[in-house]
Design a protein around this ligand. Structure first.
Ligand code: C5P
Length: 237
């Protein structure tokens, strides 16, 4: 069954935690991203874990292999459940990330293999369209995403982040036990910064395992009802 992840993109920890408390009955997973983590660091992760949430730490690591290895080691030691690295970092960086995960799990006594965080590879951000790529005239965005995802699979990531629009293509080309996390989920078309959007029901039908939803829930007048609506649509499919 696909999981809904609510992106806590806030610049105040108190807002993030108060929303998380409101959503405790509706969702199991929350995303801690750049905005919240840069300000509050591991403390906010610990607070959210204490509330019982699974944590998707979406910091989209992209750096030289040694640096990413250290970052993934630190993230793993925090006890998070899933994290992201950019596939554009290349094979050596991804293999270093996998090594960092091993090292991070060795620093804590309670890890079993099943508790190791999933490492997902970011392909092309859902806020980008074809015209934003440096090679718009030659490459279809879905082709670039597929190339990156195939490489990521060969390098050893557990799954990829991709838009709903590429799910069908990727599912036919990649091995079956690969995870797909899809942002850019909208109940209706909105004119915001997401370009490659899809509805929750459609994303599930196409095989997404995780749906990341931010503003349609966090900025809703009634976030609990909004989360419930997303869950209903996810579970109908
Ligand atoms: O508010 P919205 O629903 O657009 O939030 C989507 C979330 O998914 C944000 O936290 C964003 O950082 C994240 N995300 C994304 N595109 C990716 C990976 C993650 O939009 N490729």
């Amino acid at each position: 069954m696909a999981e809904l992840i609510v992106a806590l993109d806030f610049n105040k920890q108190s807002h993030a935690l108060s929303l998380a408390r409101q959503l405790q009955k509706e969702v199991k997973w929350v995303k801690v991203g750049l905005e919240l983590y840069t300000r509050y660091g591991p403390q906010v992760v610990t607070e959210l874990k204490t509330l019982g949430f699974k944590i998707f730490l979406d910091l989209k690591f992209l750096d030289i292999p040694n640096t990413v290895q250290g970052a993934v080691c630190s993230a793993t030691a925090l006890g998070i459940d899933m994290l992201t690295v950019h596939l554009l970092g290349g094979g050596a960086m991804i293999r270093a990330a996998l090594k960092g995960r091993e090292q991070g799990s060795e620093t804590s006594h309670n890890f079993t293999t099943s508790q190791l965080p999933l490492i997902l590879g970011v392909t092309i951000l859902t806020s980008l369209g074809k015209e934003d790529l440096p090679w718009p005239e030659t490459r279809e965005i879905s082709r670039v995403v597929l190339d990156l995802a195939q490489k990521g699979q060969a390098w050893g990531v557990d799954g990829v982040v991709c838009s709903g629009q590429e799910l069908a293509l990727l599912k036919t080309q990649l091995k079956p036990d690969f995870y797909y996390l899809t942002p850019g989920i909208r109940l209706e078309q909105k004119n915001d910064d997401q370009k490659r959007t899809i509805s929750p029901g459609e994303a599930v039908k196409l095989g997404a395992n995780f749906l990341v939803v931010g503003r349609p829930i966090t900025r809703a007048r009634d976030p609990r009802s909004a989360a419930r609506l997303f869950q209903q649509q996810i579970h109908q499919h």
